[in-house]
Design a protein. Structure first.
Length: 388
């Protein structure tokens, strides 16, 4: 049995060779850059107007208007002192422009432009290269592309982005009692809900599973199922059958498939019988079957590995320290991850903490951590991990 910290360190310390692929810009949201990205040209590419107004030759009170230049125009003016052109936001400023004046600060009489105030050298001009110089680093390798990032890459004219490949993930749920939602239940059976929850959690964090299969509690079937899944996956996530019951065959089936155990059992509640193993460059998590345990373990542990395999630092969920809305005492000798809800910067510990109960987790947005035998008083800070 390992402590939570040790388990996370073991996950973080896995070294893996990451492959890259090229995706189109529009498909690059949340993807991770596989290489440093440098600007191919200055940004902006030319001096341009920050305002709708007039480009001014020299700095004085009155000018003769000699023409107009709109955004996208390629006609070139050369301004002499005392000359001005009508200009619009984003238009290339003519050669010889000393400043741009916004139209609200001007009066026009035929072709005479009169300013209400004297302009300052360079005002309202966005200078070539003021945001980025050609060759300058735009984003470092491992940058995770945001919406603004897509905007930035687009403004550099890029439509193909080299990113780190996402891991190929497969799910296996085990249990004789499990029936797919929508089918009818016989006595003693329950609905299989973990695969749906884990697939959704994967999706919400930008991953997906390529297959999800369901296997009975039969050693040979589980062994074969794992062997087949390992042929086609980089991360295999199992649910159920990893505890110490007579029908818990997953651990032995993993061993017989040559998977090396990296840890088994974590001192925590829920999710004690959590298993993590590796075979070459493939990783295996076996999550406890109880629905709230399996999903909590996904968020706290599996997500770390997936982030690492995707080239991210692997920090897991966002950690927040916020005041708790009422007293909470952990009387047990294991640290707990509690279903919780953050609202108005206050952490409420939800009812129905049982590891089989997924409903309370569904109503919350966080997991709160309390150490063994720790009491947290109302208003004191509690460590919380934001799920969504
Ligand atoms: P296990 O880890 O296989 O011992 O299962 C622990 C508990 O979780 C049992 O009550 C199972 O019926 C339940 N369980 C296991 N797998 C699932 C699943 N995929 N969906 C819903 N409940 C499950
Ligand atoms: Mg089972």
């Amino acid at each position: 049995m390992v402590e939570i910290k040790e388990a996370l360190e073991i996950i973080r310390s896995q070294h893996v060779q990451l492959d890259s692929e090229v995706v189109s810009l529009k498909d690059s949201l949340n993807r991770v850059l596989a290489e440093d990205l440098k600007a191919g040209f200055d940004l902006p590419g030319f001096d341009n107007s920050a305002m709708d107004g007039y480009a001014l030759g020299g700095l004085q009170q009155e000018y003769k208007i000699i023409g107009e230049v709109a955004a996208g125009d390629s006609k070139e003016f050369i301004l002499k002192s005392g000359e001005a052109v009508r200009i619009f936001t984003g238009a290339k400023v003519p050669e010889g422009t000393s400043a741009v004046i916004m139209q609200e600060k001007t009066k026009v009489k035929q072709d005479l432009l009169i300013l209400e105030e004297l302009p300052k050298e360079g005002q309202c001009i966005r200078k070539k290269g003021e945001e980025l110089k050609e060759g300058e680093l735009v984003f470092s390798k491992s940058y995770q592309i945001t919406a603004a990032g897509i905007g930035m890459l687009g403004s550099l004219g890029l439509n193909q982005i080299k990113v780190i490949k996402k891991p190929i993930i497969q799910l296996i749920t085990t249990g004789n009692e499990l029936v797919a939602p929508g089918e009818s239940l016989q006595v003693g059976q329950i609905y299989e809900s973990n695969s749906g929850a884990i697939e959704a959690a994967l999706k919400s964090k930008g991953f997906s599973s390529s297959a999800s299969i369901q296997i009975k509690d039969d050693f040979e079937l589980i062994k074969t199922g794992i062997s087949e899944a390992l042929k086609k996956s980089e991360v295999l996530i199992l649910s159920g059958g990893i505890s110490v019951g007579d029908y818990d065959f997953v651990k032995q089936a993993l061993e017989e498939n040559g998977v090396e155990e990296l840890f088994y059992k974590v001192k925590q509640k829920p999710g004690k019988p959590l298993y993590f193993g590796r075979k070459g460059n493939q990783f295996v998590f076996a999550l406890p079957g109880n629905p709230a345990s399996s999903l909590s373990c996904f968020y706290i542990y599996v997500l770390h590995l997936l982030q690492k395999l995707s080239g991210l630092p692997g920090k897991g969920l966002l950690e927040l320290n916020l005041p708790i809305s009422s007293d909470f005492e952990n009387r047990g000798d294991r640290p707990v991850f509690l279903k919780a809800n953050i609202d108005n910067n206050l952490v409420e510990i939800l009812n129905a903490q049982g590891s089989s109960m997924i409903g309370s987790m569904a109503k919350g947005n966080a997991l709160a951590y309390v150490a063994a035998f720790e009491k947290i008083e109302k208003g004191s800070l509690i460590k919380t991990f934001l799920i969504s």
